[in-house]
Ligand binder design. Structure first.
Ligand code: ATP
Length: 374
């Protein structure tokens, strides 16, 4: 069993001003869970991980492992193994020595048992043939496997991983993602995985914890974070291309924005309550291009730019009323929004198009606080 809990954890760095790197973060990580800590650069991911590992002190709050506070425990006594982006292998040691070193130093495990563990972890990571090589004789991907193998060999209660795949090329990275997930599932070891890459977070995590500016924004399954973002930050961070946002005011049951009016059903109006300034959010993949305008959620637009992507196109559109300005402003982002359209539909810049923004797909946020209203 390894349940990891962060209870109102804060980290302040006093040097160079009072930096609050991690601000009152609370989270319960279940036994065997794979949780991904994700957020933009500087949001406090690494600092959070380093506090769990014991490489940084905790300024306020408590970190517990299976109910025991570990704030004051030495890193070596935490039963936690960390894998770094840089691999951190000892260059003068063979792979075998790199993998066995930690156990030899910190336990009195007999040599033959250590040897067995190294062999089976190496087998699991597919590096059995490389045990007598030194890191300098390995590719980046192989070194990364050694770093992971070295964590596995310790059979820890918790794995901590700080962007372990970011030095690998795209193909190897996606292969290793799948492999890592399989191994984590087989071993059932509680894992906290840090990345700034939302795609990695969405594909790997049982749950994801989204951080911004030291504060935890939401802890949810990837699908919950996608469909029910807690606030505008999460909504914009999850998804590619990002969700479109429109500033609006609420007037007589409609959202009035720059160049459009969006009528709301009674039910949606109820969810808005008293807010009079609301941000309307629509994911690019939820926007449809239709042949004829049939509802008051269908809008006349002009195609500004067509960006081919893999199986379809990202189509940048401007509401008809804004079209002239949008092109004059040379694709000013505030005047255009993007729709992702699959398949072979031919659309060209300058053409008119009717964009449908279905009401059941829209998101609404309080313009002041960013909190999701529905
Ligand atoms: P990245 O994705 O760029 O690695 P991160 O989300 O992991 O970023 P952290 O490295 O945890 O972010 O940093 C969080 C904040 O704390 C940043 O503002 C950073 O500058 C600051 N910080 C981190 N370490 C220290 C330190 N030792 N002293 C002072 N400030 C620090």
């Amino acid at each position: 069993m390894a349940e990891l809990t962060l209870d109102h954890v804060t980290k302040r760095f006093a040097d160079g001003g009072d930096i609050v790197a991690v601000d009152d973060v609370s989270a319960d990580i279940d036994d065997g869970e794979f949780i991904v800590l994700v957020g933009p650069s500087g949001c406090g991911k690494s600092t959070t991980l380093r506090m769990i590992a014991g490489l940084e002190t905790v300024t306020e709050g408590t970190i517990t492992l299976d109910g025991q506070a570990i704030n004051d425990r030495q890193p070596a006594d935490r039963d936690i193994a960390m894998v770094f982006q840089s691999y951190a292998l000892y260059p003068h040691m063979t792979v075998r020595e790199n993998m066995s070193f930690g156990l030899e130093e910190s336990t009195d495990m007999p040599d033959d048992e250590i040897g067995d563990r190294v062999e089976s972890s190496a087998e699991m990571m597919g590096i059995g043939r490389l045990l007598d090589r030194k890191p300098g004789e390995l590719s980046g991907g192989q070194q990364q496997r050694v770093a992971l193998g070295r964590a596995i060999v310790r059979d820890p209660a918790v794995f901590l991983m700080d962007e372990p795949l970011s030095n690998l090329d795209a193909k190897l990275r996606s292969q290793m993602r799948t492999e890592l997930q399989r191994i984590q599932e087989d071993l059932g070891v509680t894992t906290v995985y840090v990345t700034h890459d939302q795609t990695e977070a969405m594909t790997m995590g049982d749950r994801i914890a989204i951080l911004d500016d030291g504060r935890l924004q939401q802890v949810a399954t990837p699908l919950e974070a996608y469909h029910e973002p807690a606030n505008q930050f999460v909504a914009g961070f999850i998804g590619e291309p990002s969700m479109n946002f429109f500033e609006t005011t609420v007037e007589n049951g409609q959202l009035v924005g720059d160049g459009f009016e969006y009528p709301l059903s009674e039910e949606t109006q109820d969810s808005i309550g008293d807010s009079d300034r609301v941000t309307l959010g629509v994911r690019p993949e939820d926007i449809e291009l239709v042949d004829t305008a049939e509802s008051d959620h269908d809008f006349r637009t002009v195609v500004d730019v067509v960006e081919p992507v893999g199986s379809g196109n990202n189509i940048y559109l401007a509401f008809e009323d804004n079209a002239e300005e949008a092109s004059e402003l040379d694709m000013d982002e505030s005047r255009t929004f993007v729709a992702t359209i699959g398949g072979l539909r031919r659309v060209e810049a300058g053409q008119p198009a009717i964009a449908r923004l279905p009401e059941d797909a829209i998101h609404l946020f309080d313009a002041e606080t960013g909190e999701a209203l529905r």
